[in-house]
Design a binder for this molecule. Structure first.
Ligand SMILES: *Cc1c(COP(=O)(O)O)cnc(C)c1O
Length: 455
């Protein structure tokens, strides 16, 4: 086995196709339903929100979808991204496990999100769209779409959850640097925002509310579309460049993962690294254990219902079958803003529900502890979200030590934490608390799930 710590592919090895797991799943995905009629939606229903090319990808059953040349040209700026063997972390843990991580923090926005922002902006421009409205929680998605908008000459309007807008002024500055407009949500620009503010003028917002605002803006204007940074099939599709590269890099390392770990907010970085390997397994290839990791305070996969639900608070989005805590569930405060969504990608939900992956949850303090242990060994400060994956990888490596077992563990380090240093300061000063979500509020949110005939 090679001694390297870093596995780099050539530019010519940049994937030419996105991989669509739908072609290999044992069961077809469940259809999305129209929020008004409850009937399966067709491409026409979505055309007001998304470009045609994106809608085709959303419902595609083709195994491989070609990546357009102009998208590959931009990917090439930071892709293929590196895969590292965490030798110093292995040593610190005194584990016989072989730990690998794929690092997506090398993108200009510092996370995996540009992998989908670039193609979504590209297809919009191709179809004559002038403006894209979107939402952002922690700011990673808004930053990525702002970047993509600058590349393709589009106006980007970002509704940023108010609590993050206040906590993360540099994320806002990042978006504005690329020419995007950033609005604190709830805002008085939309009926959805005004309704929330009338009820609660002090609302600090939520992703569900911000989505409602962005969707309303897209519906209101012909030249404006909407873009989502996670959850939907086409987003997970675009992220599969991560796993395809990782497969080639594991081959360079003359190794294969026994286990793949990803953190799950809406499921896109997880699907991105996992699906190419899972597809290989489903086609009769090597076995691999797959673990999704989420915050204990927003435990979508581990405590949610697997049911049809809305993607937003105002119920403007289609209904999809997914693990959900209910569209009105508001998790208590914690720092991994990217993991605060009430739902989960339908494809990730299906993979977990059908036993192809397991899920577990951690509280934030134990995740920051793992993140710092990783940083001190490997020199990269992870974003609070992938600290969940780091926690699980370290726990698994320690379990290997206790069992005297050498397994290959691969996890996705989907972003760096350079915009999240306040969270690290809070952790280091002992100011982070592991609050629990309220069981009563979760039960109430779940009791509000829509009843849908066809499921
Ligand atoms: C957005 C984000 C997440 C959560 O989204 P997924 O779709 O689950 O990947 C996790 N980590 C980082 C760094 C993010 O930017």
């Amino acid at each position: 086995m090679s001694d390297s710590v870093k596995y780099l592919l050539d530019e010519k090895d940049l994937p030419r196709f996105w991989y669509n797991i739908v072609a290999d799943l044992p069961n077809p995905p469940t259809p999305a339903l129209h929020p008004g009629t409850g009937l399966p939606i067709g491409p026409d229903d979505l055309a007001v929100l998304f470009p045609r090319a994106v809608i085709e990808q959303e419902v595609s059953t083709e195994r491989e979808i070609e990546i357009p040349g102009p998208v590959r040209d931009i990917y090439r700026q930071w892709r293929p991204s590196p895969l590292y063997r965490a030798r110093r972390l292995e040593k610190a843990l005194d584990t016989p496990a072989r730990i690998y991580y794929k690092y997506e923090g090398v993108s200009p926005a510092g996370s995996h999100k540009p992998n989908t922002a670039i193609p979504q902006a590209f297809y919009s421009r191709e179809e004559g769209v002038r403006r894209i409205a979107t939402e952002t929680g922690a700011g990673q998605w808004g930053s990525s779409l702002a970047l993509a908008g600058a590349f393709f000459g589009l106006d980007i309007e970002v509704f940023m959850v108010k609590v993050s807008f206040r906590q993360k002024p540099y994320r806002r500055a990042f978006m504005e640097s690329f020419g995007a407009t950033c609005i604190a949500s709830p805002s008085d620009l939309t009926a959805a925002g005004r309704a929330v503010l009338t009820d609660n003028p002090d609302s600090t917002g939520s992703l569900g509310i911000a989505i409602s605002e962005a969707v309303e803006r897209a519906v209101a204007r012909d030249d404006t579309k909407y873009a989502l940074g996670s959850v939907l099939n086409h987003v997970l599709l675009h992220q599969t460049v991560i796993g395809q590269e990782a497969m080639a890099q594991m081959e360079m390392a003359d190794d294969y993962p026994d286990m793949i770990i990803g953190c799950t907010g809406g499921g896109s970085n997880f699907g991105g690294i996992v699906f190419p390997f899972l597809g290989e397994k489903l086609r009769g290839g090597r076995d691999v254990e797959i673990i999704a990791v989420e915050p204990s305070n927003c435990p979508t996969l581990t405590k949610g219902a697997y049911a049809y639900d809305y993607g937003d608070t105002a119920h403007l989005t289609p209904l999809v079958k997914m693990h959900t805590l209910g569209s009105n569930f508001v998790p208590p405060g914690f720092h991994a803003g990217g993991l605060r969504y009430h739902g989960m990608a339908p494809l990730v939900s299906q993979v977990v529900a059908e036993g192809m992956a397991s899920a577990r949850s951690y509280h934030q303090n134990e995740c920051f502890e793992a993140g710092l242990q990783f940083a001190r060994a490997e020199g990269i400060i992870p974003a609070p979200e992938p600290n969940h994956a780091v926690r699980a990888a370290i726990d698994e490596a320690v379990a290997c030590r206790e069992r005297g077992e050498s397994r290959a563990i691969l996890f996705n380090l989907c972003g760096h934490g350079h915009f999240d240093m306040q969270a690290y300061t809070d952790y280091l000063e002992g100011r982070l608390h592991d609050q629990d979500y309220s069981e009563t509020e979760l039960a109430m949110a779940l009791s509000g799930l829509p009843s849908v005939e066809s499921c």
